[in-house]
Design a protein around this ligand. Structure first.
Ligand code: NA7
Length: 548
């Protein structure tokens, strides 16, 4: 469908939220594979989603690009060329632009348009979407590709609006190049974004002050140019590689994990850690020992290994100490990957400040004031303070389901979903990589494809059976919530008190695990079994009314 600009025609078969990895594939699958009328919306002026907004220096993918890419069309994966092992943001954005072009997706997307509300019309069995362009759209199905890390955390620093310098957010970075030469730059936050940005900005800023609250276990990404012979090899074996990826906990074709860090000698363990450290990516985290995320004693061995490596790399022992996490297990906060991050602190122009006890009190016109009264004067203040992860993007859509039930109320004590795909009382609303699905603990493009395909399968099934509405039963939802919470209790995740995986980073957010921790293969098996059993746990009914 080419989008009509007429004010009278505001109907579609499906509304897609977003034009990132999820939204783009959803448009393609629903429109081109299923033949539905689709309209998509994105607040940005072009495609890209997270890769559109996160343009900060150093922004880079943490899963190898040959894996962090679509698999749905072999021609696409054969023709696209990645220059590096882990590509930087501009190249990933160029890839998504290419995908949009190749499948002619932009004609179905309304850019610079944000959905302001989504309301289920019980009588007509359709979703009614309003947008900030003042339009209203009606469609029986909504597929949300709103993303997991797309609503930046609101700055919680008093006085920030009075800062005389420039305030930048990693999650909403300017489109023009930002020059730091001759500038006193401050950055708050040392999560994945902060760590990537610090390593780059340290090279050009006159002075860089890092305000660190909780240190992270960052490990080398191991990026390098992609060897053409290796690329050819990947391409010759793509089908098997994708299959291996889909059969791995994290959605990458790693196969070297040993059962337990505690079952080998200290020397053997060290050799495994060294090997994974040198090979880079998430290998140390996910491909060293299978009990790292489950057994504290196993985890301690990896944590101590990383601390040792930090001490080797950072010249000043006090700074090394400050950069070394000690009060939460490795991997319970999302592990960042880095290139020369720790070496940045050996530079004379970089200062690390501990703001855990001496907290950021306020932003003053001249800089950042800490609670001990010290003022750190700055020209530029960068907020790398994270996102309202997983639930934030869905709640921002202002969704009201059956009988006036607001998603915000239904999820007041944490997300409630079935399979992380749908929520009871919110019919025909498919949440791509929604909370309580593997999402951010799975290779996102593959997780997205799995979920979009599952959503399409549900819609196709409804049409085949002459039905109009699918939604989870409250019982199935409760059981899934209990299952995801229980899985989390078997891991070390709840032991970190500052992890966005658990919602800890947003004041007032309920403390609940936001991801499915049973691993992508188990999750996919559960989805397959559900479908096979005739969409067990879902209620499938006729539509209440015809599309008005
Ligand atoms: P993260 O990982 O949530 O990191 C945010 C950082 O900002 C983290 O170091 C926070 O410290 C810090 N922060 C947040 N608020 C404050 C205040 N008020 N004072 C001091 N420090 C603060 O977000 P990222 O953008 O780095 O990464 C998100 C994901 O994007 C990443 O995992 C990838 O999947 C891509 P804290 O740890 O809470 O003490």
């Amino acid at each position: 469908m080419t989008i009509s600009t007429s004010t009278t025609q505001r109907q579609a078969d499906a509304i897609v939220v977003g034009a990132g990895f999820a939204g783009l594939y959803a448009v393609h699958a629903l429109r081109d594979k299923m033949g539905l009328d689709v309209v998509a919306f994105d607040a940005a002026d072009d495609v890209g989603g997270t890769w559109y907004w996160n343009r900060y220096p150093g922004a880079r993918v943490d899963i190898e690009s040959v894996h962090y890419s679509y698999s749905f069309d072999d021609a696409l994966q054969q023709e696209w060329r990645w220059s590096e092992r882990f590509c930087a943001q501009p190249e990933i954005l160029a890839y998504l632009e290419h995908v949009a072009e190749r499948y002619d997706l932009r004609r179905s997307i309304r850019f610079k348009t944000r959905i302001t509300s989504l309301t289920w019309d019980d009588e007509a069995s359709v979703w009614v979407a309003t947008t900030d362009a003042g339009d209203t759209w009606r469609a029986p199905h909504v597929v949300s590709g709103a993303g997991n890390l797309s609503v930046p955390k609101k700055p919680d620093f008093p006085g920030i609006e009075k800062f005389a310098g420039q305030v930048l957010m990693t999650g909403n970075w300017p489109h023009h190049e930002v020059c730091f030469t001759g500038k006193r730059v401050g950055i708050i936050g040392v999560g994945s974004s902060g760590i990537q940005a610090i390593s780059e900005i340290a090279k050009t800023a006159d002075h860089l002050t890092v305000f660190q609250r909780t240190p992270n276990y960052a490990t080398p990404i191991g990026n390098e140019l992609l060897d053409p012979a290796e690329e050819a090899d990947y391409k010759a074996n793509y089908q098997a590689i994708r299959e291996a990826s889909r059969n791995h906990f994290l959605g990458v074709p790693y196969q070297d994990a040993q059962p337990s860090a505690l079952a080998v000698s200290a020397q053997e363990r060290r050799a495994v850690f060294d090997d994974r450290w040198n090979r880079g990516g998430f290998r140390l985290f996910i491909d060293s020992f299978a009990d790292i995320l489950f057994d504290k004693r196993a985890n301690d061995t990896a944590a101590e290994y990383i601390r040792e490596r930090i001490r080797e790399r950072v010249k000043d022992p006090a700074t090394a100490e400050l950069l070394s996490p000690t009060d939460y297990p490795y991997g319970t906060k999302r592990p960042p990957l880095e290139t020369d991050y720790y070496e940045a602190y050996n530079r004379p122009n970089v200062t690390l400040l501990d703001v855990r006890t001496n907290t950021v009190k306020a932003v003053m016109p001249k800089g950042v004031e800490l609670s001990d009264g010290t003022l750190h004067e700055l020209d530029v203040l960068i907020l790398a303070t994270g996102f309202d992860a997983c639930t934030g993007p869905l709640l921002a859509l202002n969704i009201t389901g059956r009988n006036g039930l607001r998603l915000a109320d239904h999820w007041a004590h944490g997300p409630q979903t079935y399979l992380g795909l749908m929520s009871a009382g919110f019919p025909n609303l498919f949440m791509i990589t929604g909370p309580q699905s593997p999402s951010v603990l799975y290779n996102m493009p593959l997780a997205i494809e799995d979920h979009v395909d599952l959503s399409c399968e549900a819609i196709a099934y409804l049409r085949k059976e002459g039905l109009g509405v699918i939604e989870p039963t409250p019982e199935a939802e409760q059981a899934w919530v209990a299952h995801t919470n229980e899985l989390a209790q078997h891991t070390l995740l709840p032991e970190s008190k500052t992890s966005w995986y658990m919602g800890d980073n947003i004041p007032g957010k309920p403390r609940r695990v936001l991801v499915y921790l049973g691993g992508a293969p188990n999750y996919r098996a559960k989805c397959e079994a559900t479908v096979k059993a005739g969409w067990e746990g879902f209620s499938l009914t006729a539509a209440e009314g015809a599309l008005a």
